[in-house]
Ligand binder design. Structure first.
Ligand SMILES: [Zn+2]
Ligand SMILES: [Zn+2]
Length: 745
């Protein structure tokens, strides 16, 4: 929770001999305000800020990082202040501490080091003593009033916190960063900024806030507009997409590997053994083999003159079948056997080496996603459940990281983020070792595939979300065995949405608050749209604001969003988005569960008996107390018509060029959503009617033929996940082709 502590001047007087604070104007149209910071050896603030691309963000020396980041903070503050007041930037000079003016109005970045401000320094020091939390993103904003100087001190536990303090201040003055495009921000205009007794302490609701991007599937790096938008909204997690790294680091963003498949890619059985095996000729150029010779070693069994990992150590590789025979390793099967300590050692060392010398040199976080299947050998089966296994691996990775830090081969702190999904969502069953590095780790619980028709904690969602909620409570409950941080990996733009214009504002408002109150300490979602966000501009913005302050009033936030981004048509746009949100809240049922259903059994059920087949939210014939998907789908169908009606109204409005561009973007998305919903409507109609409603089934097939003909060449606007054709992306193309083929027209 963001804590806001207002310390009254009376208390201040009691503790210090500083003069009582009087109201003052920090800046107005005629008066100068100076920004003061430490610039180190840099000749100017511009030079310090521009160093983001050349300094090493990953070495042991943080001083250059801090100066560069604070230089950005100063330049941002100067830029926005000059636009708020409407004065040239020269009226807001930025100076090094050594060049402190003799008197005047100041904004000090960091606790003041100059001797003339020693009483202010003591004031800030006293203020910080009250806060027990060690959160290095915690910040303070304090006003001071002295004889020669009046102003603000922006202080924090790190340079990132000081940068955040600038954005916190600007946000409180009414600046908004809605979208990462040219006119996506709002800057208010004032004649002056008055200050009186401003004393704030702010700590984010979630330590980690940002996006999980699949580094394998998304090859588009974030551009500088997006990176600025992230930083200004206090977001601090992104994937190491190998571009603009310096800009991301300057904004305080932590970079993860963005890979779900480390098991598959790091230590495959067929990869060449990277050591000089004592009995093998031809690998003498490699380092000495640190492992003992395997009792199963049979030499270069495939006679390709190379020694592979599986030839050197067949016992390291897991097996799918329930047998303890490690020698018959299926080609390409790559899950290491967890009960082989040397296999674990080699696996974590491969990760450490990649962090020190490979393409993860710019990573701050290693992601370990639970694989679909762990080794099923006898020994591994006795190692507990899937989350026990994930934590076991996290434990060993942390130890390897600590060892590399000690040897100084690894010069920076690297965090370990475990991602539990599916069966690994069950909480652990085995107590963790006492020396488990909890401070260096976090465990993400992945919500997908979740229901968006219900909140994550809602007793009514008996088919989908209830299972996740039960697990979440257990992970955070009194009897928990893992007491490190629990984070949430959300699914607001899941790949199975196929770029449909989904938004989840209502669900997010409640869920994110609930997460914070339950004790969740980090949150991310996959996969943020980097360009042409459409309706998801709201998702991204609301997410950013709630991740920083889970209790921000979202009603006001949205009202402001519509008013400022869609002036003159805000009410209609708000109505439009509400309809679309409701229409697509059923998406998990038809976009995720329906495509997974077996075609033959769906068709079989629909070809006997009479009456409507009632489905639940997993698109399975429902029991009496389940949610009635058929009615929900009817709503979806009608709501999309209402959305179209409102969109046509919007398109006819006389609006500014920016608003028109935004509306056209929404319209393009809506056209796609309409096509997809009409397509699915015929499929759902066909599979939920029995033979006594033959005319409805025939009608569905007739329309399906029409849909298919029109959609064969229709491309998704701005596809994020490779597939651009609507039919291919629908997830049910095979099902559709079969239906059309088997049913007479
Ligand atoms: Zn095993
Ligand atoms: Zn539900």
């Amino acid at each position: 929770m963001v804590r806001l502590i207002v310390i009254f001047s009376l208390a201040l007087l009691f503790f210090s001999c500083a003069p009582k604070e009087q109201p003052f104007d920090l800046i107005d149209r005629d008066q100068t305000c100076t920004i003061v910071l430490e610039l180190g050896d840099y000749a100017s603030v511009e030079a310090a800020c521009a160093a983001y691309d050349s300094i090493d963000w990953f070495d042991a020396d943080n001083r250059d990082d801090d100066i560069c980041r604070q230089a950005l903070a100063a330049i941002e503050l100067q830029d926005y202040l000059s636009r708020i007041i409407g004065v040239p930037k020269q009226q807001i000079p930025i100076v090094d501490t050594a060049a402190l003016p003799d008197s005047g109005h100041l904004v000090l970045l960091g606790s003041p080091q100059h001797d003339d401000l020693s009483s202010v320094r003591r004031q800030i020091k006293r203020a910080w003593r009250k806060h027990k939390s060690a959160n290095d993103q915690a910040l303070r904003i304090d006003s001071f009033y002295r004889h020669n100087y009046q102003g603000l001190v922006l202080s924090g536990r790190s340079s990132v916190a000081i940068l955040y303090a600038v954005y916190e201040l600007l946000n409180r003055w009414g600046v908004r960063w809605y979208a990462p495009d040219k006119n996506g921000e709002y800057v208010p205009h004032y004649a002056k900024i008055g200050i009186h007794n401003m004393h704030l302490y702010v700590e984010p609701s979630f330590r980690i806030r940002g996006f999980w991007m699949d580094a394998q599937r998304i090859d588009e790096p974030a551009d500088s507009l997006f990176i600025s938008w992230m930083g200004r909204n206090h977001l601090n997690l992104f994937s190491n997409l190998q571009d603009n790294i310096g800009a991301l680091k300057q904004r305080g963003v932590l970079l993860n590997t963005g890979r779900t498949d480390v098991f598959l890619t790091l230590l495959r059985p067929e990869y060449q053994y990277r050591y000089n095996h004592p009995t093998f000729q031809g690998d003498e150029q490699y380092p000495m083999d640190p492992y003992i010779i395997s009792e199963y070693f049979k030499g270069d069994t495939n006679r390709d003159d190379k020694l592979s990992y599986t030839e050197a150590h067949p016992e390291w590789f897991g097996i799918e079948a329930d047998t303890s025979d490690h020698r018959r390793v299926a080609a390409g099967f790559s899950h290491i056997c967890l009960s082989q300590p040397e296999a674990i050692r080699e696996f974590v060392q491969t990760i450490v080496d990649k962090l020190c010398y490979g393409d993860w040199q710019t990573c701050d976080i290693i992601d370990l996603w639970t694989p679909e299947i762990w080794c099923t050998c006898e020994h591994c089966q006795r190692m507990g459940n899937d989350s026990d296994k994930l934590l076991y691996l996290m434990y060993h990775l942390n130890r390897a990281l600590a060892a590399a830090r000690k040897k100084e081969t690894l010069q920076r702190r690297v965090f370990v983020h475990g991602y539990a999904q599916n069966s690994a969502l069950d909480p652990p069953s085995i107590a963790l070792p006492k020396d488990f590095a909890t401070a260096n780790s976090a465990l993400f619980l992945f919500t997908g595939p979740r229901c968006f028709n219900h909140c994550i904690i809602d007793a009514k969602c008996i088919d989908i979300n209830i299972w996740f909620a039960k697990n979440l409570w257990s992970w955070l409950g009194k009897k928990k065995l893992y007491d490190g941080d629990i984070y949430i990996a959300e699914n607001y733009n899941a790949s199975y949405f196929h770029n449909l214009p989904t938004l989840h504002s209502t669900v997010m408002s409640i869920d994110i608050q609930d997460f914070a109150e339950l004790g969740v300490r980090g949150i991310n979602f996959q996969h943020v749209r980097l360009r042409k966000g459409g309706v998801q501009v709201l998702t991204n913005y609301q997410f950013a604001r709630q991740a920083w302050d889970a209790h921000v009033p979202t009603d006001t936030l949205k009202q402001e969003f519509f008013t400022l981004l869609y002036p003159a048509v805000s009410k209609t746009v708000a109505d439009y988005m509400e309809r679309l949100e409701l229409a697509l809240s059923t998406i998990t049922t038809w976009c995720y569960y329906l495509p997974q259903r077996d075609y033959a059994s769906l068709k079989g059920a629909a070809s006997t008996g009479s009456g409507l087949i009632k489905m639940n939210e997993r698109f399975v014939e429902r029991t009496s107390d389940a949610i009635d998907f058929n009615s929900l789908w009817e709503n979806t169908y009608h709501l999309i018509f209402e959305a179209r009606f409102l969109m046509d109204e919007l398109l006819a409005e006389n609006v500014t060029e920016d608003v028109r561009r935004r509306i056209e973007e929404l319209d393009e998305e809506l056209q796609y959503a309409e096509r997809m919903i009409h397509l699915y409507d015929n499929v759902i109609s066909y599979f939920t009617r029995r033979p006594d409603e033959k005319y409805i089934k025939d009608e569905a097939i007739y329309r399906l033929n029409e849909n298919m003909r029109r959609l064969r060449h229709y491309e998704i606007p701005e596809p994020m996940f490779g597939e651009a054709n609507v039919l291919a992306a629908s997830g049910i193309q095979d099902m559709l082709e079969r239906l059309i083929e088997e049913e007479p027209k």
